[in-house]
Design a protein around this ligand. Structure first.
Ligand code: AMP
Length: 305
């Protein structure tokens, strides 16, 4: 079943202890869509400028990602630059040039509106809300956010996630959003505002899935080399939602759905780990579903006891 993805399509400058790339394809929508495209048909809604390169369109098209909702307008594509710490657990944003993203007003093509799955990547909550409102009959909707929106548009964000089935957020953001340091309490508080499913991402340590009174610990895959963690959280989201769309699962509170959510979260961790193996989106140029499924099976054996 098809999945609509909204977010940023960007050019990124990234510096890690393994190297530096001044400009490469990035953006929350890009990472989510590439990761999810290994599981289900994906259609994106985003904006780029006149500088968006033909080879970047081609990469998205090669994964059969629907580009009808990718607007191209006069001006430059959103640019973001960041630098990672030695252990790569911290990141400093060096530059955020909104460019054409500043006036982004997402309009869903008619053909997207009745699709069953919607994943709202990290953009202003008001825009996420506007996209949600343009869908009719969506069965499962959720997304991501970041510290910037928690700080600057807190009330708007609460109103936005009230209408979501799930929220994916990292641990420091969960603490900030809830005002609770303890993650279990933070999860309870966040879920009382709307989403029945919550994933708290913990970087290299994996994630915790909360749903229906249960929680499930998802490990992070132990890579020998992490080249560039940019987009790993987005790829987690893409793998998670992609798997649910592939299976046609529409999680409520039943036991079967809960088991499927656990598998979805493992696929999320699998896709996040592949993302870190190369700079930017490079790992997705030749990744195969067979490699993804092999790593999924590895997760099964490394957590069995
Ligand atoms: P992640 O590492 O999962 O947090 O995602 C990093 C991606 O988010 C990069 O490719 C950036 O282009 C994109 N990004 C950074 N800041 C923003 C922002 N304020 N709005 C939308 N996307 C952003």
């Amino acid at each position: 079943m098809s999945l609509v993805v909204v977010g940023s399509v960007a050019y990124d400058g990234v510096e890690t202890p393994h190297g530096k790339v001044d400009r490469m394809l990035g953006g929350s929508c890009t990472y989510i869509a590439l990761a999810a495209s290994f599981f289900a048909p994906v259609k994106i809604v985003a904006v780029v400028g006149e500088d968006f390169a033909p080879e970047d369109y081609e990469l998205l098209a090669s994964r059969e990602i629907g580009l009808e909702g990718l607007e191209r307008v006069p001006g430059k594509t959103f640019f973001w630059a960041g630098k990672y710490s030695e252990d790569m657990n911290d990141r400093t944003t060096l530059r955020t040039d909104l460019n054409v993203f500043a006036d982004f007003n997402p309009k869903l093509p008619e053909s997207y509106r009745s699709l069953p799955y919607l994943l709202l990547g990290n953009i202003q909550p008001a825009l996420q809300r506007s996209v949600r409102a343009q869908m009719n009959g969506v069965r499962f909707v959720g997304g991501d956010t970041m510290n910037l929106w928690i700080r600057e548009t807190h009330d708007e964000l609460i109103e936005t996630i009230r209408e979501w089935d799930f929220l994916l957020i990292n641990d420091s953001e969960a603490r900030m959003l809830s005002g609770e340091h303890n993650l279990r309490r933070a999860a309870g508080k966040i879920m009382s505002t709307g989403p029945h499913t919550l994933v708290i991402k913990r970087g290299e340590y994996g994630a915790i899935l909360f749903q229906g009174g249960y929680y499930f610990m998802v490990p992070g895959y132990l890579l020998e080399d992490v080249f560039d963690p940019t987009g790993a959280g987005d790829c987690f989201a893409g793998g998670f939602m992609g798997y649910l769309a592939e299976r046609g699962i529409d999680p409520g509170h039943g036991d079967i759905e809960h088991q499927e959510l656990r598998r979805a979260a493992i696929y999320g961790s699998v896709m996040g780990s592949f993302c870190c193996e190369k700079f930017g989106v490079d790992r997705f140029r030749n990744l195969t579903r067979a490699e993804i499924d092999a790593r999924y099976r590895e997760f099964k054996s490394l957590t069995d006891f």
